[in-house]
Design a protein around this ligand. Structure first.
Ligand code: ZN
Ligand code: ZN
Length: 390
């Protein structure tokens, strides 16, 4: 990595404290407007956007010789190369301070005089603008308020009186008969009793992936590579204290990177599907199988089970009843046409409510939500008329 350091001298500028003339070049010792010599109060600075190199070698040497000295008698700033004050002629030996020492003194004085920072400013400087809790609280209250209001509105119900205009029930009992049945199943999955195997065959039951070898595969990959270098420069200014700044530019050649796609190869396994065989058995066995379903319906509030008549199956075994099913439906019509509720509402309800609450022709009061639908209780289900027609 190549490193280059360039050093040059650039002019500084100063302002006249007597007439206010600005940006007087560092090699000028008396104000061009009023003739006032530059003195203790001067502070050298660099001009942004305007940089003038000190080309004259003799001038450069004078700048580099060192900081200006302050005349103890008239406060004028003099070059270190001048043995006597250009304003009053006093000797350099009788001077007590140079430019830098004066600047340091001013800095110390300035630090003492400036007010201790206010706590708020200190906070702002460290963490930025303080968080506005007031604003935050107001917005929180507004947002929370509207959430609660809408939840309250959606959850609001009102009581509506309905008349039970229709009730219907349907109860079903499946009947199972012990029968001899033929089936085909895998050997370890045969069902039933008194199994008689009729035939067995070997069949493919599943497949398994097995590695049979390897192969070379090409694939592309992105990689980083050094595509060149660029100059990374850093500039530093150091005042001579005599009206110029030493400008030191340090540059490093740093690598730059790009990415490119490269083709590579790799070894990958090769798989093949192998069939796994199983034994399939054709057999007969005795078991309970569905025979029929007995259903009873009614349009009153007294549901009854069908009289399922049980017969006799294989080996003299009696038929059995399967899991019974029941449906209870009620149709409600609102009594007062002005009530906010859908006129007719059909509900699938529970056995308990069907028998004791929704009595045919009687009136019931139910909560209705903002969508004008009855709020259902556990075990209840809405029946959509349009859905049912499908
Ligand atoms: Zn002036
Ligand atoms: Zn003097």
């Amino acid at each position: 990595m190549a490193k280059t350091v360039t050093e040059e001298l650039v002019f500084e500028y100063w302002d006249c404290d007597k007439c206010g003339q600005k940006a007087i070049r560092g090699d000028v010792r008396n104000c061009p407007s009023c003739g006032n010599p530059r003195n203790e109060s001067v502070k050298f600075y660099l001009l942004e956007g305007k940089e003038e190199k000190v080309e004259d070698l003799a001038q450069a040497e004078k700048f580099k010789a060192g900081a200006d000295w302050v005349c103890s008698f008239c406060e004028a700033l003099n070059s270190i190369t001048d043995k006597n004050c250009i304003s009053c002629g006093a000797s350099q030996e009788s001077s007590e301070k140079n430019y830098f020492e004066v600047q340091k003194e001013k800095e110390l004085k300035g630090a003492k005089n400036s007010d201790p920072e206010k706590p708020e400013d200190w906070w702002e400087a460290k963490y930025g603008k303080p968080f506005n809790w007031m604003k935050f609280s107001i917005w929180t209250v507004i947002l929370l308020g509207s959430c609660i209001t809408s939840l309250y509105y959606l959850g609001r119900t009102h009581e509506v009186k309905f008349q039970v205009v229709d009730v219907s029930w349907e109860r079903t009992v499946p009947v199972l008969r012990y029968s001899n049945k033929e089936g085909i199943d895998w050997e370890n999955e045969l069902k039933g009793e008194d199994i008689v195997k009729l035939k067995s065959t070997q069949e493919i039951r599943s497949y398994e992936d097995r590695q049979v070898g390897t192969k070379m595969e090409t694939y592309s990959e992105s990689e980083q590579y050094q595509s060149g270098t660029k100059k990374d420069c850093n500039t530093n200014y150091e005042s001579t204290g005599s009206g110029a700044s030493k400008k030191v530019t340090t540059c490093n050649d740093v690598p730059t990177y790009s990415s490119r796609t490269v083709q590579r190869t790799r070894q990958v396994p090769v798989y093949q599907k192998f069939p796994i065989y199983g034994t399939k058995v054709t057999y007969t066995a005795n078991m309970y199988v569905p025979l029929r379903e007995d259903t009873l319906k009614g349009k009153d509030n007294n549901p009854r089970w069908p009289d399922a008549i049980l017969g006799v199956g294989e080996k003299g075994k009696s038929d059995t009843k399967g899991e019974p099913k029941a449906i209870y439906i009620v149709e409600l019509k609102k009594i007062n046409p002005d009530d906010k509720a859908k006129d007719i509402q059909k509900i699938k309800t529970t056995e308990d409510k069907f028998k004791s609450f929704y009595k045919l022709k009687e009136s019931v009061t139910r909560p209705v939500n903002v969508f004008e639908e009855i709020v259902l209780e556990e075990g209840e289900e809405k029946i959509d008329e349009t859905e049912k027609e499908k």
